[in-house]
Ligand binder design. Structure first.
Ligand code: 5GP
Ligand code: ZN
Length: 136
């Protein structure tokens, strides 16, 4: 369940120190060392799964429950105006550490961050084609 050369395995299991906000049997929540905003935190499962594709469904459900609790606490205690949940899978999607993690990014009015995407346009035909491709 652990991967020897994985830094987040070592952090999650306490072999490398971190600024821990919460931990239990299955998860550790730490402050990110390259924060997007003040209080940017990461939810790490203690077991090694490279990404969302590998994550068991029950661990995914538990991670989201924990995210919900942490989001409320962090937003209140940090006096944030909102919070983004971000989760990257694969290098193309911006994943740099190949151990599943969920970003909790508190947002503040005028914090200057650009976490949301630039919307493109799409035709009705393209939408139908995509829908078919995914569902059939
Ligand atoms: P990703 O780009 O893979 O979704 O996110 C990786 C995150 O881990 C980045 O936000 C980066 O700042 C953070 N990070 C990388 N190495 C360390 C570390 O050793 N300790 C902590 N606390 N955060 C790290
Ligand atoms: Zn790992």
């Amino acid at each position: 369940m652990r991967k020897d050369d994985c830094i987040f395995c070592k952090i999650a299991n306490g072999e490398i120190p971190s600024k821990t906000l919460y931990q239990d049997e299955n998860f550790r929540v730490i402050l990110d060392l390259g924060p997007a905003t003040r209080g940017h935190a990461l939810i790490l499962p203690k077991a090694h799964y490279a990404n969302l594709y590998e994550l068991p469904e029950d661990t995914a459900a538990a991670a989201m429950k924990l995210a919900k609790r942490m989001a409320g606490t962090m937003t209140e205690k940090l006096h944030a105006d909102g919070l983004n949940l971000v989760q990257n899978n694969g290098e193309t999607a911006g994943q740099t550490v190949m151990h599943f993690h969920l970003h909790l990014i508190p947002r503040y009015k005028d914090d200057g961050q650009h976490i949301l995407w630039k919307p493109n346009t799409v035709s009705e035909e393209e939408l139908e084609e995509i829908q078919k491709q995914i569902t059939e």
